[in-house]
Write a protein of this length. Structure first.
Length: 418
């Protein structure tokens, strides 16, 4: 049903309430605001203001009030007021308890609040009312996956596909779950199927490009992402994924330009700052690298981002940038979040540069414990090439390996760097 017709049905007889002249003056403006409230093309704040204006009007009937509450709830959800969205949709459901659209909208808000069980309850109820509505199974699959119930999520997607084989969202969601499960090759096939169903949607090509990159085919991924951008897809994710693929293909100039494009479009995406900083660090542009990595760590203080910043401060051969004391501050935070072989290695490097041989050795030994055979082999090979280790490169932690590490640290040298 067209929005204009919905708006008309949602209004009571204004003629009877305010007389024919008032009706002629009032009804068009109310209808305009209703259309704005329900518009998918307006920003959330404009929709919210329109919904507020309509809900102040006494001309709404019961169904119209429920409809406006539901659309206002959707606008609030889009504006990250999730609890406000739930409240409005709950009021709408009190007026029309069997409306599957309102149940689906409230489930969406609950999911944004990470209340996945509450979302599933609403979707279960909606499915009792409309068991052949495939999108409800798709929505429930997403919530089940958020709870780690992937088998149940895939079953819901299979059911949705049987109900509506032409729905590309089924394949898009399935592909996303396959990526979560570390199965990018299967995700590529799912995205290809979705792209065949909707070749007019460049965003599917973007996701197909990302899955293709994850499957190890950076060149094909770049081609798909180039196509999406050429077709006018301007969202940051296209440039982000292409930047990742370009970096993997050793096309660092193109990758840096892509990450800069992401930052220009959305400066809150920490991954773009981090990856651009890594590229600049690799080419020894240490000052700009530090600035980028610092922004990334502020936007998203994850263990990995904090450790990358700390590593820059010990790895930089520019004395104006190298700062092992500052590195320790960042790496301590990184270790507190997620102790691993990389950040304990960075801590060992910082202590070595500060002349603290005992703590340097302690962290390097811990890196071997966490990194296992591969890390031990790396250290042994590295030390052997530099004349500090005469034993076998066998990946076995032993006194000879530890003695060599201690001697290397005593000389204020950094493993896997100097």
């Amino acid at each position: 049903m067209q929005v204009a017709k919905i708006a008309a049905l949602a209004l009571t007889g204004l003629v009877g309430l305010a007389g024919p002249v008032a009706a002629q003056q009032q009804e068009p403006q109310v209808a305009v605001e209703m259309r704005r409230c329900m518009s998918g093309d307006l920003p959330g704040r404009d929709r919210l203001a329109a919904c507020d204006a309509v809900l102040e009007n006494d001309a709404l009937n019961r169904e119209g009030t429920a409809l406006m509450l539901a659309y206002r709830g959707a606008a609030k959800t889009d504006l990250f007021d999730f609890s406000g969205g739930v409240d409005d949709l709950t009021q709408a459901l009190a007026l029309e308890p069997n409306n599957t659209g309102y149940l689906r909208g409230r489930a969406r808000a609950f999911r944004q609040m990470e209340k996945y069980q509450r979302a599933i309850q609403d979707l279960d109820l909606a499915l009792e009312i409309a068991p052949k509505f495939s999108d409800l199974y798709v929505d429930r699959a997403g919530n089940l996956a958020d709870l780690g119930e992937y088998d149940a999520a895939f079953r819901d997607l299979d059911h949705a596909e049987r109900l509506d084989p032409s729905n590309p969202e089924v394949d898009v969601i399935r592909a996303g779950l396959l990526i979560d499960r570390g199965r990018p090759d299967e995700a590529v096939e799912a995205y290809r199927k979705a792209a065949d169903l909707r070749p007019d949607l460049p965003e599917i090509d973007v996701r197909l490009g990302f899955a293709t990159f994850l499957s190890g085919d950076a060149d094909t991924a770049i081609g798909l992402l180039d196509k999406a951008v050429a077709e006018g897809y301007d969202d940051p994710d296209a440039f982000l994924y292409r930047g990742l693929a370009n970096h993997a293909a050793d096309r660092d100039v193109e990758a840096e330009a892509d990450f800069s494009n992401v930052i220009e479009r959305d400066p809150t995406l920490a991954l773009a700052w981090h990856r651009r900083g890594v590229i600049r660090m690799e080419r020894k542009d240490f000052e700009d690298a530090r600035a980028d990595l610092d922004v990334a760590a502020q936007l998203s203080p994850s263990s990995d981002y904090l450790n990358t910043l700390a590593w820059l401060l010990v790895a930089a051969d520019d004395p104006a940038v190298r700062d092992p004391e500052a590195a320790l501050t960042y790496v301590d935070q990184s270790i507190a979040l997620d102790e691993n072989a990389d950040n304990t290695d960075t801590a060992g490097a910082a202590y070595a540069l500060l002349g603290n041989t005992e703590d340097a050795a302690r962290y390097y030994f811990r890196a071997m414990e966490l990194g296992g055979v591969e890390r031990i082999r790396q250290y042994q090979q590295y030390l052997k090439q530099r004349g500090y280790f005469d034993g076998r490169v066998d990946g076995v932690d032993g006194p000879e390996t530890r003695s060599a590490i201690r001697a290397f640290a005593k000389d204020k040298r950094v493993l896997l760097l100097d």
